[in-house]
Design a protein around this ligand. Structure first.
Ligand SMILES: Cc1cc2nc3c(=O)[nH]c(=O)nc-3n(C[C@H](O)[C@H](O)[C@H](O)COP(=O)(O)OP(=O)(O)OC[C@H]3O[C@@H](n4cnc5c(N)ncnc54)[C@H](O)[C@@H]3O)c2cc1C
Length: 550
């Protein structure tokens, strides 16, 4: 007699009817890791007709992919390392990505104040060359070099939407006003903002819409190959249920855990390694009144950004500190907080102290270990390594940037083309992410349309919804005629209807998922409001939280 509980029966029926695949099938690709690289590869592969499944042990984007500086950028400073391929690829990507997601990404202008005492980062190839050719500069960056770098930056990657570099006299301008008077000139250039954690979730959703199966709160605890097929054991992190999936190819997109997964989960000896470098950010109240960012150069050769953030705040980052123990959750240490405060205090007239820090976040860069001496010098490029030593193919992903995730996914699919010769061609360039099907400069127009359809919305509320959900904001609000139609209000314009959307469509499970990764409402909600949201979700979604996932 078959012993089956009601919940298991429901799960089985769901699998059979909603997802025609059964556990006896062998799928094409299994992906470990629901950061940007795992979800980007899942979307690309599913869109090419491959059968894909992904497991993320926590929430999507719960590790590095929600802790970035949130820029689609070429990386101006990498030019000093002569990383032309990386910079060019990233620069070219900015506009491709912007077009596909004008709701969660937008152009930003960066002010780079110049002062003759500015120094190079440690020992970059450029600084070494300069010390031979111009020894009297003693490690200082000459103005012509910055100009040359920005000229390259403007022209290396095709630019149609983003404005080019301009030189700026700071005196008497809104851009000069927050800075000390001895900063007289600056350069202004373009890069783009990206809502990093929403980018991950939208890639996961699009992957699912194209047939992929996305499991959150599901850890891969082992993967072994049997007769050329991977047998991957998954464990639901909440109810501890286990399940085995069989796949032809395994992708290890574990980010900071990539090496750990190779050694302990797949159990392969490897000489490939990852260098873990922590980067931290602090958030303060808005420090100045214009909407441009600053790119500051420190006396130690490092750089820091100040970025207008969530309308009322300023984001400041980042640090570069080796972080060797994955069991230690990355946090912005008091030393890093002081470092960032001192850094910007050399530029901004407004004096800030630790008391002005409202929030911090920290992430670990999973850089490919190329043996470089300093954390800042380690390559930011991605490295994809195919391993067939066990008989079944394993693709390990090292490094990368949010900016190059789509290209990384394309390169991954290229690398595994011999395993799946019938897979379709590259397709993601130009394909909008969910909600991104409107023109690049269309945010204002679509926000006005939302307000005219839903008269109860305030402008900040409508803008927040459009910049999170794009055209899908209309679906989210549905037939609501009044605020009350959206159900329980949790504060800061968050309502039950939005929370339900985030749970049902965007894999959110807890208040933390909602207020820090699907949105940044954690900056506005009070602790009692957050506790109430958590409790409300616990009651409302008890079944979801307790394991209908695996
Ligand atoms: C401070 C900082 C600033 C940055 N700024 C920028 C920027 O402005 N622009 C830019 O382009 N890039 C930036 N980056 C780089 C970028 O954020 C990373 O390259 C990118 O997020 C890495 O994504 P990932 O998917 O490889 O890793 P992650 O996002 O860490 O994802 C890996 C996932 O794998 C999961 N996982 C691990 N083991 C298992 C397992 N056994 N089972 C299931 N799941 C597992 C983890 O939980 C994790 O969610 C920055 C990085 C940092 C740290």
């Amino acid at each position: 007699m078959i012993d089956m509980s009601i919940s298991n029966l429901v799960k089985l029926l769901k699998d059979v009817f909603l997802n025609p695949r059964t556990d006896h099938d062998i799928i094409d690709i299994f992906i470990i890791g629901g950061g940007i690289n795992g979800c980007g590869i899942a979307r690309d592969a599913a869109g090419r007709g491959l059968i894909v499944e992904l497991a993320e042990m926590n929430d999507l984007a719960s590790a590095t992919s929600s802790a970035s500086t949130k820029l689609f950028h070429g990386g101006l400073r990498y030019l000093e390392y002569w990383k032309l391929r990386l910079v060019r690829e990233a620069l070219l990507e900015r506009e491709t990505l912007l077009r596909a997601m004008p709701h969660i990404s937008w152009p930003m202008r960066f002010i780079l104040p110049y002062h003759k005492d500015m120094r190079f980062e440690g020992d970059t190839p450029t600084s070494k060359l300069l010390s031979i050719l111009m020894p009297w500069m003693k490690g200082r960056r000459p103005a012509w070099l910055i100009r040359f770098g920005l000229l390259l930056y403007d022209n290396l990657g095709g630019r149609h939407i983003l404005k080019g570099t301009t030189a700026l006299k700071l005196s008497g301008t809104p851009e000069g006003e927050p800075l000390y008077d001895h900063f007289e000139k600056a350069y202004e250039y373009s890069d783009c903002w990206i809502e990093d954690s929403r980018l991950v979730v939208l890639n996961a959703r699009d992957a699912e819409a194209r047939g992929a199966r996305i499991n959150v709160r599901t850890r891969v605890i082992s993967a072994k190959q049997v007769d050329g097929i991977w047998h991957i054991t998954l464990q639901n992190s909440q109810n501890h249920d286990r399940r085995i999936v069989r796949a032809k190819l395994l992708v290890n997109a574990g980010g900071p855990w990539v090496e750990d997964i190779i050694r302990k989960t797949v159990r392969i000896n490897t000489h490939e390694g990852v260098r873990l470098v922590r980067g931290s950010h602090i958030i303060t109240h808005k420090l100045y009144n214009h909407d441009k960012c600053y790119f500051f150069q420190g006396e130690d050769g490092r750089i820091a950004f100040t970025i207008p953030y969530e309308t009322d705040f300023t984001l400041i980052g980042t640090t570069d500190v080796d972080h060797n123990d994955l069991n230690i959750k990355p946090i912005c240490t008091p030393e890093e907080q002081n470092y960032l405060i001192e850094f910007v205090s050399k530029y901004l007239k407004v004096q800030i102290s630790n008391k002005d820090i409202l929030s911090t976040y920290s992430g670990v860069r999973p850089l490919y270990n190329d043996g470089d001496s300093t954390a800042a010098a380690a390559t930011r490029d991605y490295v994809l390594k195919m391993d067939t030593s066990t008989g079944a193919p394993l693709l390990n992903i090292f490094g990368g940037k949010i900016t190059t995730y789509r290209k990384l996914a394309e390169t991954a699919l290229e690398k595994i083309a011999t395993v799946f010769p019938k897979a379709a061609k590259p397709w993601t360039a130009g394909a909008a992410l969910p909600g991104g099907d409107f023109p690049v400069d269309g945010v204002v127009e679509i926000t006005q349309k939302l307000i005219s359809n839903y008269k109860f919305l305030t402008t900040p509320w409508a803008t927040r919804l459009i910049k999170a959900y794009g055209t899908e904001a209309f679906k989210l609000l549905g037939n609501a005629k009044t605020k009350e139609d959206l159900g329980q209000s949790f504060g800061a314009t968050l309502t039950a209807q939005e929370v339900i959307w985030l749970v049902e469509k965007e894999y959110a499970r807890t208040a933390e998922d909602i207020i820090w990764r699907r949105s940044k409402l954690g900056l506005r909600l009070t602790p009692p409001e957050i506790t109430f949201l958590d409790k409300w979700m616990e009651c409302k979604f008890a079944g979801v939280a307790s394991g209908t996932i695996i």
